[in-house]
Structure formats: structure tokens, C-alpha cells
Design a protein around this ligand. Structure first.
Ligand SMILES: [Zn+2]
Length: 131
């Protein structure tokens, strides 16, 4: 399964079809309908967890001592299964409501202006996806 890690709040959340976001709300994502590809936003860093090893470790959970190790790996910056999306102005508005930061307000206003000018946000990518 895929998870996303947020470098700001160090939260780690599992992806589902519905949007998930980290504790601070800066990073998140969801699975595409095919259940394999994922769309992320913000500073989300994708991780993979070996489902088979997880199942085996759960089955063989010891009463005491050391538990069984489960492999957990960071997904490379370039992955055909991961894409990044720019958020619309509502998302920036919600972030500004959460943080109350001046810089989040100006970011929200900028995105709102781009939308009202009809500037397409397609093709913009998150900073971790830049080549
Ligand atoms: Zn966060």
C-alpha cells in the first residue's frame, strides 16, 4: 500500500480513493480509480509498504520480544504511478483558515486571481516532481 509523508508535520497517512491529508494539512493525496496510481499534492513524499510482509507480520505477531520487520520504502521522485496536482483556490483558502498566516493568505489570493483570469493550472507540478 502507499502512504504519504509530510516533511512539515512528519505525519504519515495511508492513501485511499478519497482525499487524505496529513495533520497540518499541507500534504495529501488519493488513489486513482485503478487503485494503483496515486495523485499527491503539497509536499507529500510517497512511501510504499509491502502488503505481503505486513500480512505475514500481523499473523505472526509475537507475545513478547521483537516483532517481525516489515519493509517500508520511499518511492523515487520519478515514478510512473505517482503524479502531482496543483490545488485550487478553495484548498488554499482552507489552509489559510487553518494557519491564519499572512503568507498563506497571499498564496490564496494569488491562486484565486489565476483562476479568475482563466490561467490554466494544468501541467503545474509539486516541487518534489520537478525535474
Ligand atoms: Zn503535514
Amino acid at each position: 500500500m502507499k502512504l504519504v509523508y509530510c516533511p512539515d508535520c512528519q505525519d504519515l497517512v495511508r492513501l485511499f480513493r478519497e482525499d487524505r491529508r496529513c495533520k497540518c494539512g499541507q500534504s495529501g493525496g488519493h488513489y486513482e480509480p485503478n487503485g494503483r496510481d496515486a495523485v499527491l499534492w503539497g509536499q507529500a513524499i510517497p512511501f510504499g509498504l509491502d502488503n505481503f510482509e505486513l500480512g505475514r507480520a500481523l499473523q505472526r505477531r509475537p507475545e513478547a520480544g521483537l516483532g517481525r520487520a516489515v519493509s517500508f520504502f520511499i518511492i523515487p521522485r520519478q515514478s510512473p504511478r505517482i503524479s502531482y496536482q496543483e490545488q485550487d483556490s478553495n484548498w488554499y483558502w482552507e489552509r489559510y483558515q487553518r494557519t491564519g498566516l499572512y503568507e498563506d493568505m497571499t498564496t490564496w489570493l494569488k491562486h484565486k486571481a489565476w483562476e479568475s483570469w482563466g490561467i490554466s493550472l494544468e501541467g503545474k507540478v509539486g516541487r518534489y516532481a520537478k525535474k
